[in-house]
Design a protein around this ligand. Structure first.
Ligand code: FES
Length: 392
């Protein structure tokens, strides 16, 4: 094909040519934007909402159930959005007249998304959502969820070829997906898994890892000593023992105490910052333990919420994340990660003051300067007024 000549004259003609074509175009209704191929593709990759159906439930332990979710075709989701191993979906439930959301990592593999997602839900003491799910979801239950999101995946431009993965509790789920992705060939890094638990019976995905050939799985028990298992914790010594010489990445997902512990052990190993990554889902529920904790002068404060032209007031405990108070008060606020990272709950602080722990503050500098907060990780320190975007 003959290449067009590059000339300034051709360049200057682009706009007049386009204007002429627009003016001479037939006078008919434009196609709705949803009928363009690019928009169809974007909607299938990033649907605003996914309607799912519980198609199977497996009890993994006394307090953990695995839910298989398939497209809710009758509700309008024909196929599941694809995802990268390590991502999560945010699930919405209506309990007691209020709407709550919670993020759950996808435990199934990216290729399995052609048919289903699987999420593991651990029942948490006093946890509104986890208890609701355990008690109410049965085969056939309709579920509303977000598209897959999150950045906790392998990125070859940033991460080392070998990744040591430290997992505890249901924090094993993103690593289940990564391991399956390696086995099916959709990921290609070397995975060394340090799967930590108190006792062998708590290693709820052990049989799955035992059956996989492409991953080196090491089981670490803190409360039992048994042949074939490491005893103790994922400390610097154990990580070094199983890590290769040279560079490696360290991914961590588990209970909150694990981040602090493994994070300080990583410092002993002198790992570069980019090689240490963690997946935290859920708000900081114990701000008192933060090194920069700011004492409150009252037990609770009022939060006046402006949203969509309406004004509502809710009460928020001094050590309660504002997002929780909003949900409890019947305000439908946008959220995804609930840990300060995604920015989905980004809201304007109109007046008053909040405390945000530095350890999870994922706001941009401009947001801090111009008074924006992430209600999922912010705690009131005065009566406040905030402007919350409508839930999507
Ligand atoms: S929900 Fe992600 S930052 Fe608040």
């Amino acid at each position: 094909m003959k290449k067009p000549k590059l000339s300034l004259l051709n360049f200057l003609k682009i706009v007049p040519d386009r204007v002429e074509k627009i003016e001479n175009a037939p006078d008919k209704e434009p196609k709705p934007s949803s009928s363009y191929k690019a928009n169809e593709l974007a909607a299938s990759l990033h649907p605003a909402v996914q309607y799912l159906t519980v198609s199977a439930i497996t009890k993994l332990s006394d307090d953990v159930k695995l839910f298989r979710l398939t497209p809710g075709k009758a509700a309008g989701t024909k196929r599941l959005a694809p995802f990268g191993a390590g991502q999560y979906i945010s699930v919405t439930v209506n309990a007691g007249g209020c709407t709550y959301s919670r993020p759950y990592s996808i435990a199934s593999s990216p290729l399995e998304a052609a048919e289903f997602y699987e999420i593991a839900v651990k029942r948490v003491k006093d946890g509104i959502v986890s208890n609701y799910i355990h008690e109410n979801w049965t085969v056939g239950t309709a579920v509303t969820a977000s598209d897959p999101c999150g950045e906790f995946g392998y990125e070859p431009l940033r991460d080392a070829k070998t990744v040591v993965c430290a997992a505890g509790g249901v924090g094993i789920t993103p690593f289940c997906s990564m391991a399956k992705a390696i086995n099916e060939g959709s990921e290609s890094f070397d995975m060394v898994l340090l799967y930590c638990a108190r006792k062998e019976e708590d290693l709820i995905f052990k049989s799955e890892f035992d059956a996989m050939s492409g991953v080196k799985a090491v089981y670490v028990l803190s409360d039992e000593e048994k042949p074939g298992f490491e005893h103790g914790f994922a400390d610097a010594g154990l990580i070094k023992e199983y890590a290769p010489d040279g560079d490696f990445s360290l991914f961590v997902c588990g209970p909150k105490a694990m981040y602090k512990f493994v994070g300080s052990e990583a410092k002993k190993l002198g790992l570069r910052r980019k090689f240490v990554r963690k997946e935290v889902q859920g708000e900081p529920t114990d701000p008192q333990n933060e090194p920069d904790y700011e004492l409150a002068d009252k037990e609770s404060y009022t939060v006046t919420v402006m949203q969509n032209g309406t004004v509502k007031t809710v009460v928020c405990g001094a050590d309660e994340p504002i997002l929780r108070a909003l949900e409890r008060g019947g305000v439908s606020a946008p959220s995804r990660c609930r840990s300060g990272e995604c920015g989905f709950c980004h809201s304007r602080l109109v007046s008053g003051r909040c405390y945000t722990p530095a350890s999870c503050d994922g706001r941009r500098e401009a947001d801090k300067i111009y008074g924006y907060i992430h209600p999922c990780i912010a705690f009131p320190r005065e009566d406040i007024t905030i402007e919350v975007p409508p839930a999507r």
